[in-house]
Ligand binder design. Structure first.
Ligand code: FNR
Length: 392
């Protein structure tokens, strides 16, 4: 955790997530940066998520005496210090070596959830002890039921509490920008690659120390350890054709809460509730899967209306500030996840950067809640009839 002095120093130098983004851009090799930033197709869905969030405005209340914002939140039987956490991000080690371990450590220190991806570059066995009981685990569904159950059991045995099944990848997205950037498995050693390695020495030295990023959780199940074989395995041996029976089979194995991630349509949200799931994640995958998708924040109100508080709703996509977190909570989300924002933190300043991302988000939430004249999320939602609902 950052000391008071260090926190103040860093907040002065990097007051917002966009400052961490700029620093991360300088420290990350081109391919890693392009992979992190990319959407798909014409890349419209990524900025659309941001525009839709930014269009949500509030009517503040004043003359309310001292305002002391409270952040502590309960969700899915766990309490956290803040109503936000880290979204699952795959190929994490490509963006920064051991990023998963850094994020897990930060999550434990700051008492917020970290969701480890099936296609992360560290295993549940490595990350579980670092994250303590703050870990959530994200599943991309393997076709082989034995492998599915084995992955789920490994994650549970490593201490992960909540399962997040990702529904919004019926097919791998084309991500032309990442292809254009020369993303190959295994990486092709070109003069540009060598130049990138030389001009990003911190990333390169740490990558050499830790080994090239590998999808270790999945690599466990195949004999060949080559990146190409593992990637092909994922392409052909993971299910795009997810169905409710498969989800029930996961439910039967996982002892804790199960969330379905990537839901945008109220009818799908209702089906998740009817299937007995414990919550949903309203998300468009940060605009990376389908370029014609609705901005995730615009899908949120109808889902909140449909679900009527029966299960918690988590929101992600496009969140870059404490104000954005408030926007999602005001529209009825119970919790918020951030993907890219946390990777910017890690790539910019490693553990200090992940911690700083949390400090920035907390500070921005606190400041904006005082500005709004509210101490709690309940009070924030009371402002809705006056303002935001009409504008979304
Ligand atoms: C993702 N996301 C993602 N989701 C998931 O369920 N499993 C995964 O492995 C990944 N991998 C991944 C890689 C990268 C580089 C990004 C940026 C995102 C989606 C992620 O969980 C989340 O939905 C988005 O990141 C949210 O949008 P923002 O916060 O990045 O705008």
């Amino acid at each position: 955790m950052l000391s008071k002095e260090r926190r103040a120093q860093l907040l002065e130098k990097y007051p917002s997530i966009s400052d961490l983004e700029k620093k991360a851009h300088k420290r990350m090799p081109f391919v890693s940066w392009e992979y992190l930033q990319s959407g798909t197709g014409d890349e419209d869905a990524v900025p659309r998520n941001r525009e839709a969030l930014r269009a949500i405005t509030f009517t503040p209340r004043f003359v309310r005496g001292t305002i002391q914002p409270q952040f502590a939140t309960e969700i899915l039987g766990q309490s956290f210090s803040v109503p936000f956490g880290v979204a699952p991000v795959g190929l994490t080690g490509l963006m920064w070596p051991k990023a998963e371990c850094i994020l897990a450590e930060m999550a434990k220190q700051y008492d917020l959830p970290y969701c480890l991806s099936t296609v992360a570059t560290q295993t549940p066995e490595t990350v579980g002890p670092l994250v303590g009981n703050r870990g959530w685990f994200q599943l991309y569904p393997p076709k082989d039921p034995e492998m599915r159950d084995s992955i789920l059991n490994r994650a549970q045995e490593a201490g992960f509490h909540t399962l997040v099944i990702t529904a919004d990848v019926p097919v791998p997205s084309r991500r032309e920008r990442t292809t254009r950037a020369g993303m190959r498995t295994p990486p092709k050693i070109t003069p540009q690659f060598v130049w990138q390695a030389l001009t990003h020495p911190s990333w390169t030295v740490q990558t050499l120390q830790n080994g090239l990023p590998r999808l270790k959780t999945v690599a466990h199940y195949i004999e060949s350890k080559s990146m190409k074989d593992v990637t092909n395995f994922i392409r052909f041996d993971f299910r795009g054709d997810l169905d409710w029976d498969y989800i029930q089979a996961c439910r039967a194995v996982w002892k804790g809460p199960v969330l379905l991630k990537g839901i945008l349509h109220p009818a799908d949200a209702q089906m998740a509730v009817d299937a007995g799931l414990d919550g949903i994640v309203v998300s468009n995958h940060g605009g990376r899967q389908f370029d014609g998708v609705v901005p995730a924040i615009q899908a949120l109100p109808a889902i909140v209306e449909q679900i009527e508080g029966k299960v918690p709703i988590v929101y992600d996509s496009g969140v870059r500030s404490g104000l954005d977190i408030l926007r999602a909570l005001a529209l009825g989300a119970d919790f918020v996840l951030l993907g890219r924002a946390y990777l910017y933190g890690v790539a910019a300043l490693e553990l200090e950067g992940a911690s700083l991302a949390t400090e920035i988000l907390k500070e921005d939430m606190r400041n904006n809640m005082i500005q709004l004249g509210v101490e709690s999320i309940e009070q924030l939602r009371e402002l809705i009839p006056l303002s935001i609902k009409v504008q979304v």
